[in-house]
Design a protein around this ligand. Structure first.
Ligand code: LLP
Length: 382
């Protein structure tokens, strides 16, 4: 929901652009960190969701660390003032150069996904005279009940190390002089709205950490990843996810030793709802049995609908009145460049301002220059 002043401001700006409501971001972080502190949990914000400096600055002020998936994200985290001792670095394909960057930055932990990766980190660390602190990313074989492209914890997914590999991994680590195993890492998927999935995850973490304890391995850090979903259908009724229930499930279910620290990597639930993609209607045209509202924003600006069949709430901020059905599409030369099908909107005309809501996470960061379109710029409420 936007107030009149904000819509008047939108009218003066060239479209398309991303708009971020920083007061909602702060409210979200207030609630998130309040729940986190209750249990003395730690959080590392997933940079991949949105790495705009204005947003990172605020998240950093709330004391979160950084969850990175590339050398450039690690560099950005350190350059933008995140504490290196709160930086974690995951990914199935870390290049030598990226590993060097993270070792030089003396980050908190590499989340490692395979034996060959651990061996490469060890040999680079040896050359640099460093010791790499690592967590093993575990593939717990859990179905997160989310879109298959953003499920990461099933045995057929490329992520993590499966339980039958644990002994081999531990013997490989025993041969590495510059590796210190300090944690287990889990991330089973994204946009998870069924909280039972986290209940299942906590049970699985208990099982696996007991397994390591039986093997005589002391695990100091348990990282449960991110994944908490948001309400794409009704962002105004549920602007902030239910952090209280989420953390209380984990707190109730997760068995931990007094020396263990618990970590999370939230992305979407922190930034999705504060961002919108703002666009203008270029044309309204008639097709067979349907009307198209053609926007100046497309899949190049926000790829989620085309890639994951994701649905974002769309609002006409200019016209009011009688409802009509539209396919809301972008200008790109692809039929998948469609934001909504048969959507009820007020009668819509050329020049109307349209807001595509809940676009703060995996929106602007995934934008591309397909068709040589310009990247949409960003504006802020403050
Ligand atoms: N930790 C790891 C290791 C991850 O791979 C991810 C997201 C997160 C944390 C943060 O998850 P979140 O709290 O945001 O669910 N582009 C897709 C989402 C891809 C998520 C990738 N990993 C989308 O637009 O839905």
């Amino acid at each position: 929901m936007f107030d009149t002043k904000t819509v008047e401001r939108f009218n003066t700006i060239d479209t398309p652009f991303y708009y971020y409501d920083l007061s909602l971001l702060k409210k979200t972080l207030d609630l998130y960190t309040k729940e986190l502190r209750k249990y003395k949990f730690h959080a590392h914000y997933a940079f991949k969701a949105n790495a705009n400096l204005e947003i990172l600055d605020i998240i950093k002020e709330y004391g979160l660390g950084a969850d990175c998936v590339s050398g450039n994200e690690v560099s950005l985290a350190i350059k933008s003032g995140f504490d290196p001792k709160k930086v974690v670095y995951a990914g199935v394909g870390k290049s030598d150069k990226e590993i060097e960057t993270a070792l030089a930055g003396e980050i908190f932990s590499f989340n490692c996904e395979s034996i060959p990766e651990i061996e490469v980190i060890d040999s680079i660390a040896k050359k640099m005279g460093k010791t790499a602190s690592i967590s093993l990313r575990i593939n717990p074989d859990i179905d997160a009940h989310t879109h298959r492209y953003i499920s990461t914890g099933r045995s057929q997914d490329k992520f993590g190390i499966s339980h039958w590999m644990f002994d081999d991994v531990l013997s490989a680590i025993a041969k590495c002089s510059n590796i210190k195993l300090s944690g287990l890492h889990f991330h089973v998927g994204s946009q998870i709205t069924d909280l039972n999935v986290f209940d299942m995850l906590a049970n699985k973490v208990n099982e696996i950490s007991a397994n390591f304890k039986d093997k005589g391995v002391k695990i100091e850090n348990l990282n449960l990843g991110g994944g908490l979903g948001i309400d794409y259908n009704d962002p105004d009724t549920t602007p902030i996810s239910d952090f209280a229930s989420y953390f209380s499930i984990i707190d109730k279910k997760l068995i931990r030793e007094p020396y263990q620290q618990i970590h999370f990597e939230p992305g979407r639930a922190i930034v999705a709802q504060c961002g919108s993609l703002i666009s203008r209607v270029l044309y309204v045209k008639f097709g067979k049995g349907r009307k198209f509202a053609i926007l100046d924003a497309g899949m190049n600006d926000l790829i989620r609908p085309a890639l994951y069949q994701a649905s974002h709430k769309i609002e006409n901020l200019t016209s009011v009145g009688r409802g009509m059905r539209y396919d809301v599409v972008g200008p790109i030369c692809e039929s998948s460049d469609r934001f909504a099908k048969n959507l009820l909107l007020p009668e819509t005309k050329r020049g109307d301002i349209m807001a595509i809501r809940s676009a703060g996470a995996y929106g602007q960061v995934m934008a591309m220059r397909y068709n040589q379109k310009d990247l949409a710029p960003d504006y802020y409420s403050e």
